[in-house]
Every structure is written in C-alpha cells, then in structure tokens.
Design a binder for this molecule. Sequence first.
Ligand code: SF4
Ligand code: SF4
Length: 341
Amino acid sequence: MTDTSRRSSLIGRNLLAGAEPDVAGDAGHDGHPPRVGFFTDTSVCIGCKACEVACKEWNAIPEDGLDFTGMSFDNTQGLDASSWRHVAFIEQSKPLGRAEAAVDHSDVDVLALAARGSGTPVAEAAITPTSPASSPSADGQTGLRWLMASDVCKHCTHAACLDVCPTGSLFRTEFGTVVVQDDICNGCGYCVAACPYGVIDVRPQDGGAHKCTLCYDRLGAGQEPACAKACPTDSIQFGPLDELRERAAARVEELHRVGVADARLYGHDPEDGVGGDGAFFLLLDEPEVYGLPPDPVVTTRDLPSMWRHAGAAALTLLGGVAAVFAAHGGMSGRRTGRWGR
Ligand code: SF4
Ligand code: SF4
C-alpha cells in the first residue's frame, strides 16, 4: 500500500477503538507477515512454571524476589518489569466433577498423545469424561481444585501503552506485536497508568519500562517464543492469530461437549474494548478469579471526544473573552465621545 492510499484508508476511522483487521499494515509495515500471538489454554496448564523460567532465561531478566506469601504456591505474585510471564495458582473449594466409571484407558499410549499436545481430540486423548459436580458431591464430599494460568502481556490490538508513549519507545512490530525499545524509554511511566491490564511496569534498577516482547528476536529468526517452546503441555500455543482463534473455538466446543461447562474464551473477540488481544486465553472460571479485568477497555478510547469537548470549551472561553473586550472597547469609545475633549 502506498503512503497516500494508507493515509486515505485511515481518514475518518477511530484508530483508538473497535475492530482493526490490519494492525501491522496501519502501523506502516508493507508486505508484513500474518499477525501472530499466543493462545493460552489454561485447562491443560500444570503449573510447572517452565514458561516463567524460559522467559527469564532467554530475555536475561533479573530475579525479582521469590518470596513465600504464605497464601499460595504462587511466589511470583504478578506480572511486572522483571516477570513477563506469571503463572497464577488459584485454589478453589469446588469439586472438579466426578470421573465417569468404567472408562478403560489401559491400551492408551499416553506419551505419544502428550507429544501431540492439547490439540488432540478428547476422545482420542482418552481423557475420562467428568460429570459436572456442584458441591457437595453425591457422597457428601466437598472438593478442591487448582486453576493455573500463565498470564502475559496481551499485545492488544489497541495498545494504550503505545498510544501514550511520548518518546516512541513502544512500537508495533511487523508481526502485530507491541515491543518496548529500552534505549529510547525515558521511564516516565505513562504506559504503566495506561495499560488496562496492569502489565507493563518500570524497573527501579534501570528506570526503564519493560514487558513481554513476544520474543521479537526469536520471531525474526523464525523461532517460536521461549515460553511456548518450553511449555510441556502446549498450554501456551503460538501461531498466526486467525488460526489460534479457530483452534480455541474448537477446544471450547470440545470441553463443553465433555461436560466442562465453565470453559470460556477471554480476549479473543475483535469487537471487545481493546479490539481483541494478541494473547488470549481459555479460562475455566470468571476472569476476575484469575485477576483479569472482566471487560477491559483501551484507556485512550475516549481521547478524540475528550479533545473535541476540550476544543469546544476553549472556543467558548475565547468567544467570551472576545465579547468582554468588545464590550469594554465600546464603552471606552462612548466614554471618549462624551468627556474625551
Ligand atoms: S496489555 Fe498493556 S502493556 Fe501489553 S500491549 Fe496491552 S496495553 Fe500494552
Ligand atoms: S510451561 Fe505450560 S504447563 Fe508449565 S506453567 Fe507454563 S503454561 Fe503451565
């Protein structure tokens, strides 16, 4: 697309909200590759933290405290400038459901199936279907379940962090991802306040903002991000976003079919408040349970109308001041006419 046709395709659109089919193209990348992202299927996460470790190793991120909170096995506690992946451990008083009796898996090669990952159909993967159980179960037992979910920067379609960055340190890559250039960041922290997910943060040691780059250097070399590569269960899947969305929809359908009624997608919808996330999730409960905002909205969405209102207010003020001066000038003139000789 030429510069002129790109400019005319952008005119009249609110570029800060709504569906955005070509983020990389609109950022000026001609002939760019397909937009890529993460689909994190939390239903198969085992909480091993291989993703956290791989991320730290590959990106040479400093250690930022391994404190025992006394509340959970989650000693990372959250995303910040030195934790670009965070595996949440959520303990719930909620029975998992009861395994259906008389399902025989003795002839199943579990290692071969594991090698195929979470894309393996449930029937083929020989997962014992469970009956949904609300507490307490038939035998009077209440239960406990762990929810584990590896959180990360969402590489938003409308990334408020990028919109507010005054130095251009945050930019949209040719893969449609959002990356910080450390050497340009001045540490002002505007992006920290703007991110609707509380992801990006300033590292006190170097005063710069940091977050997941979706391993931009690895993508450039044709490799998948380190976390996806390390995940032993394929909970973190990397690929072209359109393909991941199709895979995720099929996975939710599959889980519903075997009785996991709570399975739902989060961040997959291009019509949501951030125009859809480049990193989206399959969750087994409400987003709030995982510490995710239920209905995130890009914080710069209303900037155009705010500027319009501010402009109208400034014009009204200027009009008022001009009217006062005009009236004052008229009175002076009349005064000059009467006594000015
Ligand atoms: S999640 Fe936050 S830091 Fe990541 S792209 Fe979106 S606004 Fe930026
Ligand atoms: S590597 Fe995969 S299974 Fe292990 S904690 Fe991370 S997402 Fe979960």
